[in-house]
Ligand binder design. Structure first.
Ligand SMILES: O=P(O)(O)OC[C@H]1O[C@H](OP(=O)(O)OP(=O)(O)O)[C@H](O)[C@@H]1O
Ligand SMILES: Nc1ncnc2[nH]cnc12
Length: 170
């Protein structure tokens, strides 16, 4: 299946020089949406997973679908100030400046087997920060699972040997 046909390149969004991979054209096609969700599930279906962790906001699109297929719970990692209960926070470097992610302290139990999911692995900074939060709670990261990997940005190298699976590579 050539999923790339269903992804739209938007030049200079959100900033000059960025080629933004727009997945709304994939999501809006029922057959392709279903195929993509099934293939992401295929990467991990032989593993016992307790929690699927989705990264705000586009990790919330396939994350709950994967959780339902895996018979696992879904847990959001959010941008600051959005989660209402006690949180762990991590601040990480972006290309310019810093950003923060938060996770509810009671959302993962020590030893739980976790699948981290996001739509895009680019520089890897976001996923690396998420791994720190999950591990601080004692979660065991079984796989980092992405719809798209921008291989030329070498994000995988930031994930310190975690198992990485991606459906579409550029
Ligand atoms: O590998 P990185 O270089 O860290 O980039 C990947 C992140 O960037 C995008 O999120 P964005 O911050 O645009 O937020 P959004 O999902 O809310 O649109 C994408 O959804 C990933 O979460
Ligand atoms: N080029 C890109 N397209 C879509 N999402 C992204 N997140 C980080 N880089 C991106």
């Amino acid at each position: 299946m050539d999923f790339k046909k269903y992804i739209r390149d938007i030049h200079d969004f959100p900033k000059q020089g960025i080629v933004f991979k727009d997945i709304t054209t994939l999501l809006s096609n029922p057959e392709i949406l279903n195929k993509a969700a099934n293939e992401l599930y295929e990467f991990v279906k032989t593993e016992k997973i307790d929690k699927v962790i989705g990264l705000e906001s586009r990790g919330f699109l396939f994350g709950p679908l994967l959780a339902a297929k895996l018979n696992a719970g879904f847990v959001p990692i959010r941008k600051p100030g959005k989660l209402p209960h006690d949180v762990l926070s991590v601040t990480y470097e972006l290309e310019y400046g810093t950003d923060t992610l938060e996770l509810h302290k009671d959302s993962i139990l020590p030893g739980e087997r976790v699948l981290l999911h996001d739509d895009v692995l680019a520089t890897g900074g976001t996923a690396k920060a998420a791994l720190e939060l999950i591990r601080e709670l004692g979660g065991e990261v079984v796989q980092c699972n992405f719809l798209i990997e921008l291989g030329f940005l070498n994000g995988r190298e930031k994930l310190n040997g975690a198992a990485v699976a991606s459906l579409i590579q550029y």
